[in-house]
Design a protein around this ligand. Structure first.
Ligand SMILES: O=C(CO)C(O)[C@H](O)COP(=O)(O)O
Ligand SMILES: [Fe+2]
Length: 216
C-alpha cells in the first residue's frame, strides 16, 4: 500500500489555464493541492490570493493546503478558510504567538499545520506538536519554485518521525521544496509521508500525467 501522499503545488502551474492544470493533476492521481501565499516581506515573492484558492476549490473536491509564507498568518486565516482551504499552514518563524494562531485556525474549521525553514530547529514546535495535523519541513528556503533540495534537512524529519511514532501522534510530515523523482525517496525514508511537488509536476516538459507517474 502507498504510504505517502502527493500534493501538487500550483506555483509552477500555467496560470492561464489553472483549472485545467488542476484537473489534469487530479486525473494523474495527486492526493491534494498546495497553494503558496507570499507577502513580499516574509519571503521576497508575491502571490496567491484567496481568489486563487476559490478557483481551485471550484475545480476539485480534493483537499487544499494553504502554505502561508507571510509575516502575519493570523490576519489571513478567515479569508483563506472561507475561500475553501482545507488546511492552513503558518510559519513558526513568522509568529510570536503560535499557540494562539493554531487556536484561531481551528476556529475557522480548517485543519492546522506549522512550517519551519531549513535554518529552524524543530525544537521551536516541540510544545505544539500534539496540536497539529501536519508539520511542514521546508527542504529549500521558501519563496520560489524550482530550487535544489537541501539534504541537510533530512535529520529533522527523522527526529520528528521518531517522536510522532513514540507518542502515537496523528500528525502528517510534509516536505516542500526540490521534491522530484530523485529526492522523494530520501524524504520518505527519513519519515516524510506527504510530498509537495511543484516543478516536478508542472514544469518537467513531460506533461502532468507522466510527471506524476515518475514521482510515484
Ligand atoms: O513553498 C514553496 C516554495 O517556497 C513551494 O510549495 C514550491 O511550489 C515548491 O516548488 P518546487 O517543488 O518546484 O521546489
Ligand atoms: Fe509551499
Amino acid at each position: 500500500m502507498k504510504s505517502f501522499q502527493i500534493a501538487a503545488s500550483i506555483l509552477s502551474a500555467d496560470m492561464a489555464s489553472l483549472a485545467d492544470q488542476v484537473r489534469q493533476a487530479e486525473a494523474a492521481g495527486v492526493d491534494r493541492f498546495h497553494v503558496d501565499v507570499m507577502d513580499g516581506h516574509f519571503v521576497a515573492s508575491l502571490g496567491f490570493s484567496p481568489e486563487v484558492v476559490r478557483v481551485v476549490r471550484r475545480t476539485t473536491q480534493l483537499p487544499i493546503d494553504v502554505h502561508l509564507m507571510v509575516t502575519d498568518g493570523n490576519q489571513f486565516t478567515k479569508s483563506f478558510a472561507s475561500a475553501g482551504a482545507s488546511r492552513l499552514i503558518v510559519h513558526a518563524e513568522a509568529d510570536w504567538h503560535l499557540h494562539r494562531t493554531i487556536d484561531s485556525v481551528r476556529l475557522t474549521g480548517c485543519d492546522v499545520g506549522v512550517a519551519i525553514n531549513p535554518a529552524t530547529s524543530p525544537m521551536v514546535i516541540d510544545e505544539v506538536l500534539p496540536l497539529l495535523d501536519v508539520v511542514l519541513i521546508m527542504t529549500v528556503n521558501p519563496g520560489f519554485g524550482g530550487q535544489k533540495f537541501l539534504p541537510e534537512t533530512l535529520p529533522k524529519l527523522e527526529r520528528l518521525r521518531q517522536r510522532i511514532e513514540r507518542e502515537e501522534l496523528s500528525c502528517q510530515l510534509m516536505v516542500d521544496g526540490g521534491i522530484n523523482a530523485n529526492t522523494a525517496a530520501n524524504a520518505i525514508n527519513s519519515g516524510a509521508n506527504l510530498l509537495v511537488a511543484g516543478s516536478a509536476i508542472y514544469a518537467t516538459g513531460k506533461g502532468i500525467a507522466e510527471s506524476v507517474r515518475d514521482l510515484h
